[in-house]
Write a protein of this length. Structure first.
Length: 665
């Protein structure tokens, strides 16, 4: 039975499907759709049709609200076919069967109703219900494109992270953070404020013990900032923190500026290691850069936390009032007691720094500097950057012949060179010198710098050899360990030869800062080679941190050894044996060398100590700004002040002036 529409104008319905190459057309009065064997509704055309009666003569029922089928119940696009059929379709629906040309598709052999094909599903809701169909409410679908679900977003993030780890993409700095920083706590702000105040009061007179005093509240600020995250400090993080504080002892012990500078820079690097926890080579190299990011973001983070904390009277009001009352009481009663007793006034003068109005801008700058550094450390501790997530993809493995042949030839060359060095060491030295016509000092100076460069280049060769090493199995691993192990062992002989040559040169011309420094670097390179050999046996996961720890330990030992004192002591011993002494170079040493130079005879002693005494000055710095080396030097000079005539000092030079390579032979 055909049901006429409500309006008299006939409405055209598009074809439900078409045969390949033949469009299906429908006349203005198409035969009514019929229910399938399971009472399943047919799909209406693009315009809404009035409800029609079912085949059993039931009154017409209103269909559900017609919505554009752009999204399904889960916000997914609704596609026709077995994976994307509309929710009204029953389990027996099949794709449409192609009819003959010019005819609409007919039902399949199982009596299934004709339906749209997978790519021609008309976006309309059913308007006719079968005898067993009930009207169902369809979820309201948004006409815009669907957004990914939470599960899909998590999967996408995991995919992006895995792609970044695999080297397919470079993650941004925000992606490398473990988590966003939590709001700054009051304890962290107080530690930051204490760092700034101590910096303003103590750092204006020089660097000594005051640097370690300022570093303690800065470390507490980092600890309080990291505590809410729930992360437990690891053994390596504690080691880095302890090493950084130990390095800050060097300025308190030594007056020389160059070992103190190395110690402070190394302490900052170890502090960044403690905050970031690096494990890889990139992590060790890039961790200090995270502190600069902490400086930029830490200021805003601290400002927001300060506004939140101090805007609450219940949170910070009592503490601020207590601090204000304490400051007033100390100022009032301290001034009264200082005026009543001169000894107490002297004690306060030694404890408190002398600050004038002219130093006000400088002190304010130190306050800002201290607070900024503490905030940077605290922000980094609250949200460290995991540089270890940056992974360098290994190089393409080479074949055994392509990889091993250059290295084996290099091993042969090293063997020949080391054989000559051993021959010179065990009795052939004079013969070699006779053949070359070089003196002992010229032979030593000529070879040291080349051997130092050869050691550095050997490490570079090892790095690239490991990058392109064959990785086919156990035989390849054995080949790599054998070839590189021999190269490392031969390089150790080169290191020993370089150190021996510098020792010969020092015996001839004395010890200087440059000579001592390059020997220390050469010995450290030898330690790295030993680490590489050990990594070939026990694995290399620990190697980056071990190399960084060895560098920090070398800087600490260098500072504790007091290089200026060692130089002066060695040169004084040389003067006792040979009568030669480089007075001009001795005048350039720091106060650490005064106890050793005090052993010189007059007038060399007074000539060497006069310039150092002038550099110290008559005014003693505060206790927190005076190193142990300076304190000892002042005692020596006060007990035996230099008294030589400047004209006599000009006639005491026994060595030509030093050059970067040492004295001219």
């Amino acid at each position: 039975m055909t049901v006429e529409p409500r309006d008299t104008k006939p409405q055209e319905r598009p074809p439900l499907a078409a045969s390949p190459g033949q469009p299906s057309q429908a006349g203005p009065q198409e035969r009514p759709p019929q229910a399938g064997p399971q009472g399943q509704p047919l799909l209406a055309g693009p315009q809404e049709q009035p409800p029609e009666a079912g085949p059993q003569g039931r009154p017409p029922e209103a269909g559900p609200q017609v919505q554009p089928l752009l999204a399904g119940p889960q916000g997914q696009p609704l596609l026709a076919g077995p994976q994307g059929r509309p929710p009204e379709a029953g389990p027996q629906e099949r794709p449409p069967q192609a009819g003959s040309p010019g005819q609409s598709p007919q039902a399949g052999p199982q009596g299934q109703p004709p339906q749209a094909g997978p790519r021609h599903q008309p976006p309309k809701a059913p308007t006719e219900a079968g005898p067993q169909a009930k009207p169902q409410a369809r979820p309201q679908a948004s006409p815009r494109l669907h957004a990914p679900s939470r599960a899909q977003g998590s999967a996408a993030r995991r995919s992006a992270a895995s792609a970044g780890r695999a080297g397919a993409g470079v993650p941004l700095l925000a992606d490398l953070r473990s988590e966003p920083p939590r709001p700054v706590s009051a304890a962290t702000l107080y530690a930051v404020l204490a760092t700034g105040v101590l910096s303003m009061l103590l750092l204006g007179d020089g660097l000594a013990l005051n640097l370690l005093i300022v570093a303690v509240p800065a470390a507490l600020a980092a600890y309080y900032a990291a505590r809410p995250t729930g992360r437990r400090p690891r053994a390596w993080s504690l080691t880095w923190a302890a090493g950084g504080l130990a390095l800050l002892i060097v300025p308190a012990l030594r007056d020389a500026g160059w070992p103190s500078f190395l110690a402070v820079v190394s302490a900052i690097a170890l502090g960044s290691f403690a905050l970031h926890g690096p494990r890889t080579w990139l992590g060790v190299l890039l961790s200090p850069l995270g502190l600069f990011d902490g400086v930029v973001k830490g200021l805003g983070w601290g400002w927001r936390g300060a506004r939140r904390q101090f805007s609450s009277a219940r949170g910070a009001g009592p503490t601020l009032r207590a601090l204000a009352v304490t400051a007033v009481l100390l100022l009032v009663f301290g001034a009264l007691f200082a005026g009543a007793d001169a000894a107490f006034a002297g004690l306060l003068g030694d404890l408190m720094p002398d600050a004038s109005v002219a130093e006000g801008p400088w002190r304010v700058l130190l306050l800002i500097f201290g607070m900024t550094g503490a905030l940077a450390a605290a922000h980094t501790a609250a949200s460290p950057v995991r540089w270890d997530r940056l992974v360098v993809r290994p190089g393409r493995p080479r074949s055994r012949v392509e990889w091993a042949l250059p290295l084996i030839v290099l091993d042969v060359l090293f063997t020949a060179f080391n054989a000559v060095q051993l021959a010179v060491l065990f009795g052939g030295h004079d013969a070699v010198l006779d053949q070359t016509g070089l003196s002992h000092s010229a032979y030593a100076r000529q070879g040291f710098w080349q051997l130092l460069l050869a050691t550095v280049l050997t490490l570079v060769v090892i790095v690239f050899a490991l990058r392109w090493a064959p990785r086919g199995g156990a035989r390849d691993r054995t080949l790599v360990r054998s070839v590189l192990g021999v190269l490392c062992a031969l390089t150790l002989v080169v290191v020993a030869s370089a150190v021996r040559r510098m020792d010969m040169y020092v015996e001839e011309y004395g010890l200087t800062r440059l000579r001592l420094s390059v020997v220390a670097v050469e010995l450290w390179l030898g330690v790295i080679i030993l680490f590489i050999m050990a990594a070939g046996v026990w694995g290399a996961r620990w190697l980056p941190r071990a190399v960084a720890a060895s560098a920090a330990a070398g800087v600490l030992a260098f500072g504790l050894l007091s290089p200026d004192a060692l130089i002066a002591e060695r040169n004084v011993q040389r003067h006792e044996k040979t009568g030669k002494f480089d007075l001009d170079y001795a005048r350039q040493l720091s106060a650490d060398a005064v106890p050793a130079l005090d052993e010189l005879p007059e007038p060399q002693r007074s000539c060497a100590l006069a310039d150092i005494a002038d550099g110290l000055g008559a005014e003693r710095p505060p206790w927190y700004a005076m190193s142990l080396g300076e304190a000892r030097a002042r005692r020596v000079i006060e007990d035996r002040p230099p008294s030589a005539d400047p004209l006599a000092c000009g006639r005491t030079r026994t060595d030509p002036p030093s050059t970067p390579y040492g004295s001219v032979p």
